[in-house]
Design a protein around this ligand. Structure first.
Ligand SMILES: [Fe+2]
Length: 474
């Protein structure tokens, strides 16, 4: 059992953030707090999952503020930032949908968390990930404090770096009857948006201190990269970041102001680094052109109105992110969207990586006893972007994997960005590089050779492990 700690202790216990136990320890073999079946509860609240949005807690920082990687690392911050600058690159992990809710799924979550920790511990200093950025749905089913230990703290006890997060729908939906003090976003903020690096009750006897993000939406500034993370609210579908003109009366437009002020800052500074945008709900998730034939992006579909909100602000400033990262759909999908902004084409990877341990869903679902074929690599899916706010001239599903768990490994240098997808399969240990895309930052152009749909590229189902020496080659 996690040690029962009498709170409040004098806090913080440590003078600076703590991320790990130090010496790696074996994986747990069972949950400390059993998680009961939620089937009955889901049946009761099914309709609410598509109707009940939640309010958005205002960040404690002004909307144009940056949360610096240096601050994330505490006393080691200057050293970490200087190391990245000296190496000419910063590397980090991203993944969504990590929490396992049954003992049969727990090994899947642990394999991913172990692979991430292994990557940090075995990479040379100039290629070592500086943080993990969770793309939401950290704790299932509804972000209960009681499950943070088993679903987050213990699986990630060996990850030797900071872990930041935007909340997903499972970290924010309020089950009717929940006391306000137990609302999932209250618990999320206690563990990810703390004002000091304290040990929370959810961490039990582990040493990891709470992250000190300024809010559930925030702009992380690191060498060569800035990540704007938005909270896409509590619905199963779609993602919601604003009131959408009054449609969602309890959702403020705070995040539109935040995004606007951040892009204004990018423009005013003439910022030349990589600009990434992250939401839990994906803008694009595969749906067949003929819905009646079956197939809805691994259960979850697109969020066109959320994308329209984002596109509207981007259009106003003539700025577009270099890549858009999401989770929610429990698989890997990589799209290229081409938009015309300021009279020039921007090629933008839209990547879904919601396969961090909770489950894997197929892109196509059986209908009438027939399962439609999966889309091929390079499928033109422009029909998913049929009414864009910006001028869009194409959407291609470059690659997908709906069989394996995995994570993203992102490397950003002064002139280019590279996003890799690493599989963590049951028979592939520790990992296998399965896909990668590189983007020229100045040109917003995907670099030749990084599209994996070309002939001769490895199938995502080819389980041969790629040696580390092959990393970095497109
Ligand atoms: Fe989700």
């Amino acid at each position: 059992m996690p040690r029962r700690v009498a709170f409040p202790l004098s806090q913080p216990l440590f003078a600076e953030p703590v991320f790990t136990q130090g010496r790696p320890t074996p994986d747990p073999t069972r949950f400390k707090t059993p998680i009961p079946s939620d089937t009955k509860l889901y049946d009761e609240i099914q309709r609410l999952l598509y109707e009940d949005v939640v309010g958005v807690p205002t960040s404690r920082d002004p909307p144009d503020a940056l949360y610096q990687l240096e601050a994330v690392w505490g006393d080691h911050g200057p050293e970490v930032v200087e190391a990245a600058r000296s190496a000419g690159r910063v590397v980090f992990h991203m993944v969504g949908d990590i929490g396992a809710t049954t003992m049969s799924k727990y090994p899947d979550e642990l394999r991913v968390s172990d692979a991430l920790a292994w990557d940090c511990r075995t990479s040379p200093a100039d290629d070592r990930p500086a943080f993990l950025y969770l793309l939401g749905d950290v704790v299932y089913d509804f972000g209960q404090a009681a499950y943070y230990y088993d679903e987050f703290y213990e699986p990630y006890r060996n990850y030797p770096g900071p872990i930041l997060a935007i909340p997903g729908n499972h970290d924010s939906f309020v089950v009717p009857g929940t006391a306000p003090s137990d609302y999932p976003l209250v618990t999320f903020q206690r563990n990810f948006c703390s004002t000091a690096p304290v040990v929370t009750p959810e961490a039990g006897s582990l040493h990891r201190t709470a992250a000190t993000q300024p809010g559930v939406y925030f702009a992380l500034d690191a060498p060569f990269v800035r990540i704007i993370g938005l909270f896409s609210n509590a619905l199963e579908d779609p993602g919601v970041i604003s009131s959408e003109g009054g449609t969602w009366k309890s959702v403020p437009d705070t995040q539109l102001e935040f995004l606007s002020r951040q892009l204004a800052r990018v423009r005013a500074e003439n910022y030349r680094g990589a600009l990434l945008l992250a939401t839990h709900h994906p803008a694009f998730s595969y749906e067949t052109a003929d819905i009646a034939a079956g197939g809805t992006g691994g259960i979850h579909g697109c969020s066109p109105r959320m994308l329209a909100d984002i596109d509207t602000v981007c259009h106003e400033y003539g700025i577009y992110p270099h890549a858009f990262l999401s989770g929610h759909a429990h698989n890997y999908q990589r799209y290229t969207r081409t938009v015309q902004l300021a009279e020039r084409p921007f090629q933008v990877p839209f990547i879904v990586c919601g396969d961090g341990g909770h489950g894997i869903d197929r892109l196509v679902q059986a209908s009438g006893g027939v399962t439609p074929p999966e889309p091929p690599d390079g499928a033109d899916v422009s029909y998913l972007d049929s009414n864009p706010v910006v001028r869009a001239s194409g959407l291609v599903l470059e690659r997908h994997d709906d069989y394996d768990y995995g994570y993203l490994r992102v490397a950003v240098e002064r002139s280019a960005l590279r996003i890799e997808f690493h599989q963590v399969g049951k028979n592939v240990m520790p990992t296998r590089l399965a896909d990668a895309v590189s983007v020229d930052l100045a040109e917003h152009r995907i670099l030749a050779g990084s599209r994996s749909s070309s002939k001769g590229s490895r199938s995502t189902r080819d389980r041969r492990r790629v040696p580390r020496s092959e990393r970095g080659s497109d």
